[in-house]
Design a protein around this ligand. Sequence first.
Ligand code: PMP
Length: 381
Amino acid sequence: MENRRLVMIPGPTPVIDSIQKQMGRPTAAFGDPDFVKDYKEVIADLKEMWGTEGEVFVIAGSGTIAMEMAIANTTKKGDNVLIISHGYFGDRFIDLCERKGIHVDVLSSEWGKIVPVSEIEKKLSEKTYQALTVTHVDTATGVCAPIEEIGKAVAKFEETLYIVDGVCATAAIPESVDKMGIDVLLTGSQKAFGVPPGLAIVWAGPKAMERRGVLGTIPEFYADFDKWLPIMNNPALYFATPAVNLVWAMKEAIRIIKEEGLENRYARHIKVAKAMQSALETIGLKVLAEPDCRAVTLSNLIYPKGLDDAEFRNIMLKEGVVVAGGLGPYKGKMFRLGHMGNTDTHELVAVMAAIERTLYKMGVNIELGKGVGVLQKGLLE
Ligand code: PMP
């Protein structure tokens, strides 16, 4: 008999039944008064829970359109943007900006490490940047950026807007838009919210909205804040068709987050990551990100010498667990495991046991149950 397939990649994450049910509801007309009320509630909750005096945009699209929206509404051709990159997704801003004729400077870290905040501050003082981008958790490296400290450095430069990519962090790691000095926070539905892929979410603080105003007409159409703002203020209006069932799924995800409490949710992610990472290290895997900048939403694990990536992931699949491969310089050398959102104890224990069985089948000298024991102890603390 085949094992059921658990998807434990760093997004999309497991979707729990009550959220899945919203995806299966008969789709309503986007002007349906009940749907309009639900959309309104989602927008209001996201604004309140992430603490901004500005605006929130919830539209159909993946995280990448949210990145595009952030840049398109705050910068123009000829502007300077400073990109802080801790991996593949940090680098994504380079092409995105250059296509728009924006001059970019990039501060990159070696994979697994962070760019020191002092270096960022020094670079900001060299010329005027209209915006700075940073990826809160780079999914390619599992590195978590110190967004609050970076925010303090950016705050010293009046002209520079602070853009944070929260795709692999939002709803799992604290991100208070106004309090942390973030001007634009962008994210997607498919990671720590535990909603299927397809919703892009962007928070824009007052300074970012002011900048949008100064820019006038921008080349982008679908990504324009000005096109969406009337709809966010009154979802009964139409600009482009909302993803009706995804909005319902997000409403249920927010209900679950409120029930758990945001602070408890953040604490749970820390506990799970600590337990999972020490269990994985116990059985001989190495976490790529250094301990002082290690994300709690996923773990990127370097194989012991001689272990074949394709074989590992194929056996894992037969054991019933899907994990993701490494990217860039770590392709074939690493696998990536998500442990964020509404991932529960059953799934965590099952994935750990599947990793042990896989390594055992590959001839690694491993004591079955050792990692599972460490994980369970950590989860019970
Ligand atoms: N930023 C980060 C940190 C991501 O992890 C991803 C997707 N893995 C993206 C941006 C792009 O999001 P999407 O694939 O939903 O377009």
